[in-house]
Design a protein. Structure first.
Ligand SMILES: [Cu+2]
Length: 164
C-alpha cells in the first residue's frame, strides 16, 4: 500500500516535471521567435465592435507589447470614426461595474497591456457614420516614447465579441 502510494507520487512528480519542461520549451521557442520579429512597441489583435442601432458609441480592443528596454505610456488614442476617443477601464464601484476614464496607461518595458471586454477598452463617443463588419478603421495610439502608432482595427459584430 505504502509502496503503491510512493510510486504514484513519483509518477505524478515526473508528469509535473515533464509538463514544466514542456512549458519551458514552448515558452523558450516563443521568446526566441519574438526576438527576431518583434521590436519596439507593437500592437496586435486590434478590433472594434460594430455600432448598435440607435447609438453613437462603441468600444475597441487591442494588445500592446513593449519590446523596448524603456517604460512607455499610452497618452492618447485618436480616430476619425468618432468625435471623442477615450481610454476606459471597467471597475467595480459599490458592487456595480462602471466605466472609469483613464488619462494614460503605463506600458512597462518588456511588458504587455491587454484591452479586453470587461476590462480596459477604447471608447468611441459620438461616432461619425457607420462601421461595417469586416471593414478596417484606422486608429492612432500616441505613446510618450514610441510616438504615434497607427493601427488598423477590424470591425467585428457583437456576436463575435463574446467569443473574444
Ligand atoms: Cu467605456
Amino acid at each position: 500500500m505504502k509502496l503503491n502510494n510512493n510510486s504514484m507520487k513519483t509518477s505524478l512528480k515526473s508528469v509535473l516535471a515533464l509538463t514544466t519542461l514542456l512549458a519551458i520549451l514552448v515558452l523558450g521557442t516563443a521568446c526566441q521567435k519574438e526576438e527576431k520579429t518583434h521590436t519596439g512597441v507593437m500592437i496586435t489583435d486590434a478590433w472594434v465592435s460594430e455600432i448598435m442601432p440607435a447609438t453613437t458609441v462603441t468600444s475597441g480592443y487591442l494588445t500592446i507589447m513593449n519590446h523596448t528596454d524603456k517604460d512607455d505610456v499610452l497618452l492618447e488614442v485618436k480616430s476619425s470614426i468618432s468625435k471623442y476617443v477615450e481610454m476606459h477601464e471597467m471597475v467595480e464601484i459599490e458592487g456595480a461595474m462602471r466605466m472609469k476614464r483613464l488619462e494614460s496607461i503605463p506600458v512597462a518595458k518588456s511588458g504587455m497591456v491587454t484591452f479586453k471586454t470587461g476590462g480596459k477598452h477604447i471608447m468611441f463617443i459620438e461616432t461619425v457614420g457607420k462601421l461595417t463588419v469586416g471593414d478596417k478603421v484606422s486608429v492612432t495610439l500616441v505613446f510618450k516614447n514610441a510616438g504615434d502608432k497607427v493601427v488598423e482595427m477590424e470591425v467585428k459584430s457583437v456576436k463575435d465579441m463574446h467569443h473574444n
